[in-house]
Design a protein around this ligand. Structure first.
Ligand SMILES: Cc1cc2nc3c(=O)[nH]c(=O)nc-3n(C[C@H](O)[C@H](O)[C@H](O)COP(=O)(O)OP(=O)(O)OC[C@H]3O[C@@H](n4cnc5c(N)ncnc54)[C@H](O)[C@@H]3O)c2cc1C
Length: 497
């Protein structure tokens, strides 16, 4: 039996991100992945939203993605484009980059970190006890881990084996998705149908076509036939455009479900394993990556015994509501995609509303992930929100806040008088940085907020504690909650205090 501290099942976007987070936190982590590499049948997700780009920037790898894709305004709701170019973020845009490009870039980064991969094999089952999990792998091998994380997609074996319910809604619509050659010029662009939206667009080579077609009746199953594709084209466009050389053909639906719980003792779920929904609004990959960034540092602290197991409860408490919100937003958009006259009128009305500044800002912040607000109690508006990537001045040099987060460690940013906040008893865990910031403090939607004098930033970039009066009231509590009990003071330290 081979031992790892954490075993991740599934090396898709969520599993790769989680592996990176755990490796950065010096956890012995292994990924079991069915596929030989990152090749995907079809291109799936179309890009990254602003907050996901920020999260990658926090780890110093955003440029790898930005140089491979095309920066543009990608946020939208029910066909209303939501421009975020006036948002206070360095990445006031999204990135058009297909999942079949995103995954190899993520995998390239993970390959630079100490992560063990078991590829071309599947996890076939597991059993957990009080101290760990025995994981069965299809090559006959057994792995033993302290924790097992199911990042194994919507049909998650891990979720099913753990007996975690997956309540939600059966599909109301099904789509065929294909990559084809066409014998004649098709009607490029979008065409509304009675049950949803059809689209034909050029693929990366500028010649072949990517096709998404609503089926007249809801169907399920991954392997539709070329005959079904031709029939669906004729039903929508009156011709099949002489499609041939179909290199990819699949089906997706708007099945909408969320795991009732993200954790069963030593087994956790993240990404599509925890939530599935329609691709409307392009959220799935994005929230999967952000689940991973929320979970990674917490799990690392638990396995390093710096935090109690209860820290893991905050993963579900914070991420389940985000998933539920995405489910609601995608269901609303699916309904608005229908093509009957009443729905058309409703869609136009929603578009008009979203053309107004305040609704545009609120929905744009939601769809781009920039408005995430974890409930960490009452206090300064920064509390529980993303830390902006400010340009700081330190004694040594200018410094961006996100640069401080590259190694996925917590940071206490002291912006007040250099009288010194004392965190010596957390010194090995939390980095203390003295800096100056002379600019405005601005958050998406909320606008300008009062300047804090100190900010405690979690490794995922969310603010865990704020002072705006120069004092350290409740700092010890926040440090203990998020980064474990203080180290016992040595005799000399105790005498000093
Ligand atoms: C048509 C379409 C368009 C989409 N567009 C967007 C978009 O624009 N934006 C967006 O954010 N999202 C989009 N999505 C959703 C996005 O593709 C998913 O949300 C994302 O892939 C989820 O990542 P994941 O890592 O959680 O799961 P997955 O990508 O499903 O990865 C799971 C991995 O686990 C492996 N695996 C499964 N079971 C086992 C096992 N037992 N043992 C070993 N390995 C296993 C699989 O091989 C796979 O690699 C779209 C999806 C579709 C279908």
């Amino acid at each position: 039996m081979t031992e790892h501290t954490v075993v991740i099942v599934g090396g898709g976007p969520t599993g790769l991100m989680l592996a990176a987070e755990l490796a950065l936190a010096r956890v012995d982590v292994a990924v079991v992945e069915r596929r030989a590499g990152q090749e995907l049948a079809g291109s799936r997700a179309g890009g990254l939203h602003s907050r996901t780009i920020e999260v990658l920037d926090q780890r110093g790898v955003a440029d790898r993605f930005l140089t491979a894709g095309q920066v543009m305004q990608v946020a939208g709701f029910a066909f209303a484009r939501l421009d975020i170019s006036d948002f206070p973020t360095r990445h006031n845009y999204g990135l058009a980059l297909r999942q079949n490009h995103i995954e190899p870039i993520l995998a390239g980064w993970v390959a630079e970190l100490p992560v063990t991969f078991y590829r071309e094999r599947e996890v076939t089952g597991f059993a957990q006890d009080d101290t760990g999990v025995d994981v069965e792998v299809s090559d006959g091998r057994s792995l033993r881990a302290e924790y097992l994380v199911g990042c194994d997609g919507g049909r998650s074996l891990i979720r099913k084996t753990a007996g975690i319910d997956f309540p939600g809604w059966d599909p109301s619509v099904s789509y065929l998705i294909a990559e084809v050659d066409v014998g004649e010029e098709p009607a490029w662009g979008i065409r509304h149908g009675e049950h949803g939206v059809n689209a034909i667009g050029k693929l990366d080579d500028g010649k072949r076509a990517g096709v998404v077609l609503v089926e007249e009746r809801v169907r399920q199953g991954d392997d539709p036939s070329v005959g079904e594709l031709r029939n669906a084209l004729v039903a929508v466009y009156g011709t099949d455009y002489g499609v041939h050389d179909v290199t990819f053909l699949s089906r997706f639906t708007d099945t909408t479900r969320q795991a009732a719980s993200y954790r069963d003792r030593r087994v956790l779920l993240a990404g599509d394993a925890a939530h599935v929904h329609s691709p409307a609004g392009g959220q799935g990959l994005n929230i999967g990556v952000q689940d991973a960034v929320n979970l990674g540092w917490k799990l690392a602290q638990v396995v390093h015994r710096t935090s109690p197991e209860s820290l893991l409860d905050s993963y579900e408490a914070e991420r389940h509501p985000i998933g539920a919100r995405v489910l609601r937003l995608t269901m609303a958009q699916t309904a608005l995609q229908r093509g009957d006259e009443r729905t058309n009128a409703l869609r136009e009305t929603v578009s008009e509303l979203l053309g107004m500044d305040e609704p545009r800002k609120r929905y744009a912040a939601m769809m781009s992930g920039l408005d995430v607000h974890y409930d960490l109690g009452e206090g300064h508006p920064l509390l529980g929100r993303r830390m902006p990537d400010l340009d700081l001045v330190t004694a040594d040099a200018p410094l961006r806040v996100f640069t401080l987060l590259h190694d996925a460690r917590p940071v206490l940013l002291d912006l007040g008088e250099p009288r010194g906040l004392d965190i010596s008893r957390w010194a090995e865990r939390v980095r203390l940085v003295h800096a100056e910031y002379r600019g405005r403090w601005e958050l998406p939607v909320l606008g300008e907020v009062r300047p804090p004098t100190a900010v405690l930033i979690r490794p995922d970039g969310y603010v865990a504690w704020v002072a705006d009066d120069g004092t350290d009231a409740a700092l010890s509590d926040a440090l203990t909650t998020w980064f474990g009990s203080p180290r016992i003071a040595t005799g000399r330290e105790a005498t000093r205090s």
